[in-house]
Design a protein around this ligand. Structure first.
Ligand code: A2P
Length: 335
């Protein structure tokens, strides 16, 4: 038997699951055996991994026997349903859903930011919210250098955040609208083609959405900064798979745009794309299928006189760094 680990991908037919399989292959993850799990509907279909066809199996509690890493992206309910079976089987569950992220004994990990937290797991490690991951890859190095005290984010989130059905709906509606046909929203609350929807996940008692509060709570947990002030407006945009974010940051000390660029140039997982004279700045088109988060439009916040404010724009591939890649990188911390 070849060396390596037994890996299961739960939700293998989904937008993120498909990228998990590709990412394992691209990064030469030492896979001994790959198990692809989805619902009964997909059982018997196949997916390619390293040139071979792997048959997709219906996920059951018995699926995890002998599995080392179980990468989950089949939604919160499925993660909750299978947690015990996965942990009892001795597998490490790396869960892309929001089911366990805020539990005290579940590390919430961005490998470039808080890899040491991963070791504290009790069988489950949570992959953070995609927008939070993309933001923190760029913000954490600045926080380490200059101590972030307040952050205001406005997001431009791609259809892929709603899974394969979200992407399909954007493509379908775009065609229908161009053809003058009627559209029928299903994955989103409203028309997504040629529109913006300032509503992602459910509304909370404080009038923020759950998605916006994920940015607040998860950032504090990942940065170990319970006092960090965060506010966010999350907006769904008609883009297929890369999220962008406008970030206004306030630091404890003075900071210049040049310092920010220098810090980010030596940070893991970030590419500085910041040359306005040559029309270079982060765009979702350029972040698509890239591992790194693009950071640019870096400038001093002119609304304050103390030189402690920075404006920045970031774009990152939601399906990769926001989900599949981050999950595979978490597994890599253990090999
Ligand atoms: P299936 O394609 O068989 O429905 P996305 O977030 O892109 O919509 O993907 C969701 C993933 O979760 C898919 O792979 C889907 O499989 C899987 N899934 C949905 N329901 C179940 C279930 N009851 N058991 C296992 N996997 C499921």
């Amino acid at each position: 038997m070849s060396q390596g680990f037994n890996v299961a991908v739960a939700g293998a037919t989904g937008a993120v699951g498909v990228e998990m399989i590709k990412t394992l292959e691209k990064r030469n993850f030492p896979v001994r055996n790959l198990k692809l799990l989805a619902s009964k509907r997909s059982a018997g279909k196949t997916a390619k991994f390293c040139g071979t066809d792997v048959t997709i199996e219906e996920m059951t509690p018995e699926s995890f026997k002998g599995v080392d890493f179980a990468l989950f992206s089949a939604g919160s309910d499925i993660s909750k349903e299978y947690r015990k079976a996965v942990v009892d089987a001795g597998a490490l569950m790396i869960d892309n859903s929001s089911a366990f992220r805020m539990e005290d004994d579940v590390p919430l990990v961005v490998p470039e930011v808080n890899p040491e937290d991963a070791k504290l797991h009790h069988g489950v490690i949570a992959n953070p919210n995609c927008t939070t991951i993309i933001m923190l890859v760029a913000v954490a190095p600045l926080h380490r250098a200059k101590k972030l005290v307040r952050l205001v984010a406005s997001t431009y989130q791609a259809a892929s955040g709603a899974g394969a059905k979200g992407m399909a709906e954007l493509e379908l509606q775009t065609r229908q609208l161009l053809n003058g046909e009627a559209i029928q929203p299903s994955a989103f609350a409203h028309q997504i083609g040629f529109n913006l929807i300032p509503h992602i996940d459910s509304f909370q008692d404080n009038d923020y959405t759950k998605e916006e509060m994920k940015m607040v709570k998860e950032s504090r947990k990942i940065l170990h900064a319970p006092e960090l002030m965060v506010s966010c407006t999350s907006v769904r945009v008609p883009i297929l798979r890369a999220h962008s974010e406008s970030l206004n940051m306030e630091f404890a000390e003075e900071v210049t745009p040049d310092e920010v660029r220098a810090i980010l140039r030596s940070a893991a997982g970030v590419t500085v794309a910041d040359d306005p004279a040559n029309k270079l700045y982060p765009m979702p088109k350029d972040a698509t299928e890239q591992y790194n988060v693009l950071a640019g439009r870096i400038r001093q916040d002119i609304s304050r006189s103390d030189n402690r404010g920075i404006e920045m724009f970031v774009s990152g591939d939601q399906v990769l760094k926001g989900a599949a890649l981050n999950a595979v990188q978490i597994a890599e911390l253990f090999i």
